[in-house]
Design a protein around this ligand. Sequence first.
Ligand SMILES: O=C(O)CC1=CCC(=O)O1
Length: 92
Amino acid sequence: MLFAVRMTVRIPSDLNPEVRADLVAKEKEYARRLQREGEWLHLWRHAGKYANLSVFDVADNERLHEVLWNLPLFPYLEFEITPLAKHPSALA
Ligand SMILES: O=C(O)CC1=CCC(=O)O1
């Protein structure tokens, strides 16, 4: 099942810089692992914002929840989730 997920990052400005750097490094490692494993298909920066637009290919809603819940930055993320279906005019 395909989902478009927009994630907006809202890390508090008073978060300890070392904790912040550690979380961001762990987030990168986690995102790259899921991309290599094929569940995280696209990861784009939303130009001009501390936000991204991602596309996930996961087994079901529960798996999407698990993937998002386990993001190291989860406490500081806001999500907008859109389930995707094939468009009849799409070539692929
Ligand atoms: O958009 C961000 O910076 C948050 C994020 C998601 C995966 C990642 O590596 O960073």
